[in-house]
Design a protein around this ligand. Structure first.
Ligand code: ATP
Ligand code: MG
Length: 588
């Protein structure tokens, strides 16, 4: 089917998402200059054009929102907030084929999660179908619209090309009466799907093809998720959208660059319909991110092909996935500030997003110990059956946001868990962790000297042995004493007696960009290691029964969030949001 028959809105060229250039647009100045949209609004207000700024986010309920949509939401909401105006959430549900209630619900939840306040009022373009019909009748009466019987193929032929003008439809000069009667008959279901369309009468020779008598209504018998079978004619996007904006009193209709060529039509619609305070369309550049898949169509395909496990698979950048993985609304807001608003297309480095979540969680997430790949450490000279507790600071960085995260008690006994890779029987040079004869500090506890290990038949280490020095107790001031031994390594540990078992999911980018984003055959080059599941992690006792979306730093291992879908009281599941090391530096 041709575009004009499906009622879809403009799309950029296929592959744009996959091929976007790399160009880090970070702007980390403390005081940012006003971006071009603010400048336009400032001027409109100065000229007294509008009393109150009204913006909207108009998603099509045909998929889940992704990080690009967050840019649009935060921009639209941000402008309403900044100017003391109003932000509307309006579903652009004029194309029933792909729309689903599941998507409506997920979108509402995502917008709420981001904190874009729409006063709990969910608006639907489909609630304006009656007004849109009336608007079409008005155009017919003004001799600005006509019913056309050309087939889709003929319409395409008549439309001309970029270099050649189109030619007029033979139906262009139908009388007002005939057009009114035919349009009504279209509405009443008297013609089969696709038999006729209503077209705006503009200019078949316009250099802008969108202005060559675009279709504004089509016949399509489709059940609509909101209006059911009430309508068998549906308005086209370019006609419907400006009307939706005008009805709601939207002042600045912010959209992405692919709509730029449609702006003359947008303006034509609001002018011909004589709205007293016509809204203004302003375009800005879409957000693209390296190493990930943005674009609803692409994400949908990954979900449908089973490459990922649903729309909220934490390897995706849908908002549902980012939230599930552990990203916070604050981190996304910080990210959008860094990215900025501009008119030039570019794509942002994924590590910049990681930087933002680290910055957000650094002072907020408690720092605990968790062993991802555990092996037992037995301290042979520690009395059997004895337990003691150490007080460990929860987060020394909390002070940076004016908080005191306090301290917690961590238990210690003869048997602990440590990371498998914190021990090596035959270490290379500069390895300062556990190996026979070497002494390390157990974080917050004692110095322990490794004395050896036990192995199974396959040579796999099953137990590490060591001895501790009671003199070196953390907090005793041992390290300041004269003649105190120095150790180069500090490792984390968990008391085996009260460790909490957990499943931990580690993620890498879904797309392997180092080898090129696309394979030779044009398919996406997936990273086979995008998900690693560790089933035997051991966490500090305080993690028992942790609530969904609880965020912690596991020292040396990264930031983690409790999976809201799969984690239960009995079976804790943690997603790694991000590691601790950063490859991104602001302002570079
Ligand atoms: P996609 O391009 O991913 O298919 P869409 O444009 O079809 O998304 P809509 O639900 O219609 O999705 O979009 C709602 C709003 O979000 C539109 O105003 C659109 O311009 C904006 N938007 C979509 N993708 C991005 C992006 N990557 N960056 C910024 N804004 C975006
Ligand atoms: Mg699109």
């Amino acid at each position: 089917m041709s575009d004009e028959m499906t009622g879809v809105k403009p799309e950029e060229n296929t592959g744009a998402e996959a091929n976007a250039k790399t160009n880090n647009e970070s702007g980390s100045e403390e005081v940012r200059s006003r971006h071009f949209i603010e400048q336009i609004i400032d001027q409109d207000l100065a000229e007294g054009k509008y009393e109150k700024i009204i913006t909207r986010f108009p998603p099509e309920p045909n998929g889940y929102l992704h990080i690009g949509h967050a840019k649009s939401i935060l921009l639209n909401y941000g402008m309403a907030e900044e100017y003391g105006g109003q932000f509307n959430l309006r579903f652009d549900d004029t194309n029933p084929t792909k729309e689903k209630e599941e998507f409506v619900n997920s979108i509402v939840a995502d917008v709420e999660w981001l904190g874009a306040d729409f006063r709990g009022e969910v608006l639907y373009a489909s609630n304006y179908f009656e007004q849109m019909y009336e608007a079409a009748v008005k155009l017919i009466k003004k001799r600005k619209a006509y019913v056309c019987d050309l087939t889709p193929e003929e319409i395409r032929e008549y439309r001309g090309t970029l270099t050649e003008p189109g030619k007029n439809s033979p139906y262009r000069d139908r009388s007002v009466e005939e057009n009114l009667a035919l349009f009504e008959a279209m509405k009443n279901g008297e013609f089969p799907d696709g038999a006729k369309v209503l077209r705006a009468k503009i200019d078949m020779a316009s250099p802008n093809i969108n202005m060559r008598d675009p279709i504004i209504y089509r016949i399509a018998r489709m059940t609509h998720h909101n209006t059911g079978d009430k309508w068998c004619i549906y308005p086209m996007y370019d006609f419907a959208h400006p009307i939706e904006d005008a009805i709601e009193g939207v002042t600045h209709s912010l959209c992405t660059l692919e709509f730029e060529d449609h702006r003359p039509l947008y303006n034509w619609v609001v002018e011909e319909l004589e709205y007293p305070h016509p809204p203004k369309q302003i375009e800005f550049a879409k957000l693209y991110l390296t190493d990930v898949v943005t674009g609803k169509r692409y994400i949908k395909k990954l979900v449908e092909d089973g490459v990922v496990d649903g729309w909220d698979d934490p390897r995706l950048v849908t908002l549902a996935a980012l939230r599930r993985r552990g990203f916070t609304p604050e981190s996304l807001k910080m990210f959008m500030k860094l990215v900025g608003i501009s008119k030039s297309q570019s794509s942002v480095e994924y590590p910049m997003l990681e930087y933002c979540i680290r910055e957000d969680l650094k002072p907020k997430a408690p720092r605990l110990m968790g062993v991802l790949d555990p092996v037992k450490l037995v301290i042979d000279n520690y009395p059997e059956g004895q337990t003691e507790e150490f007080e460990i600071e929860n987060n020394p960085d909390a002070a940076s946001i004016g908080q005191d995260a306090g301290k917690r008690k961590v238990s210690f006994s003869r048997e602990l868990y440590v990371e498998r890779d914190d021990f090596m029987e035959e270490p290379p040079k500069k390895y300062f962790r556990l190996f026979p004869g070497n002494e390390v500090r157990l974080k917050g506890a004692y110095f322990v000297r490794c004395t050896g290990c036990e192995k199974d038949a396959d040579g796999k280490v099953t137990v590490i042995h060591g001895t501790y020095d009671p003199e070196t107790r953390s907090g005793s001031g041992y390290e300041e004493k004269e003649g105190a031994r120095k150790v180069k390594g500090t490792i984390h540990w968990v008391n085996a007696a009260d460790a909490v078992n957990a499943e931990v999911r580690l993620y890498e980018n879904l797309i392997d960009e180092e080898k090129g984003k696309l394979n030779e055959d044009g398919t996406l080059n997936f990273n086979p290691n995008s998900l690693t599941v560790l089933t035997d992690a051991k966490l500090e006792a305080c993690m028992a029964g942790a609530k969904p979306e609880t965020k912690v730093q596991l020292i040396r291992n990264g930031y983690f969030s409790v999976d809201p879908k799969d984690s239960t009281e009995e079976h804790l599941v943690l997603n790694r949001i991000v590691g601790l090391k950063s490859s991104y530096k602001p302002g570079v």
